[in-house]
Design a protein around this ligand. Structure first.
Ligand SMILES: [Zn+2]
Length: 234
């Protein structure tokens, strides 16, 4: 293969991957589906109903990852600023953190499981530490307040997060596969449709690549429509 063909081949490969890979954004819930999911949460038995609602709202509107939800602490909330921080570290020895530590230790000869457990819990990347506003809607605000009235910390395991989402999705009779990560994509899509710019969207979702934010915004079409209307409706 000649050197000159390289860029074309790379482009073709990337294009083929883009066409064949199943992307999370294909599993994004519409506003209607998301409302049905939230309504279905209230049909679950107590306290699963509130747990499911909390998970669906902070994943589906604020984009929190399942690991972040499982380790969510009321102490992370700043009531004056109406924000919640995702810290770089929260001491934890839950079963999930221990399992993750054991797995990490098998890939790292220099660190013992105990060393790695001591570093947990931490978000996926250092960049994931962030500040998230929760006063974007009254519903969201009340949900966080309700959580704080009930709990100091999220009361369930990491694997429970998936089960609650699945229970709500099947009660809502939603088509397709609903899982925590597609709720996160739903949050990204929701903000893109509302017209949030690429940089703040990237910051909220902690994507390493600005192109991911641009992709959600392009798919939403909102930015294009707004820009065209600004020009033509003056
Ligand atoms: Zn943990």
């Amino acid at each position: 293969m000649s050197h000159h063909n390289q860029p074309a081949t790379e482009w073709a490969d990337r294009h083929r991957r883009a066409l064949t890979t199943r992307h999370t954004h294909e599993d994004v819930l519409t506003d209607r589906e998301f409302e049905l999911l939230l309504e279905a949460c209230s049909t679950l038995t107590e306290p699963h109903d509130f747990e499911a609602r909390f998970i669906c709202l902070i994943a589906g509107r604020l984009g929190l990852q399942a690991g972040e939800i499982a380790h969510f602490q009321t102490a992370w909330v700043n009531w004056n600023r109406r924000t919640s921080r995702i810290p770089q570290h929260e001491p934890c020895r839950c079963g999930y953190c221990k399992r993750q530590a054991r797995q990490e230790a098998t890939h790292n000869d220099d660190l013992s499981v105990e060393d790695i457990v001591a570093s947990r819990w931490h978000p996926k990347t250092v960049a994931s530490a962030r500040l998230i506003p929760f006063d974007l809607s009254l519903r969201l605000e009340l949900c966080v307040e309700c959580f704080a009235n009930r709990y100091d910390a999220f009361p369930r395991s990491r694997s429970t997060i998936n089960r609650r989402v699945q229970a709500a999705a099947s009660a809502a009779d939603l088509p397709g596969h609903v899982y925590p990560h597609c709720l996160r994509a739903t949050a990204a899509s929701y903000h893109a449709y509302k017209g949030v710019a690429p940089v703040p969207l990237q910051a909220l979702m902690v994507w390493s690549d600005l192109a991911t934010a641009q992709k959600y915004i392009r798919i939403s079409g909102t930015a294009t429509a707004d820009a065209l209307r600004r020009v033509h409706h003056r």
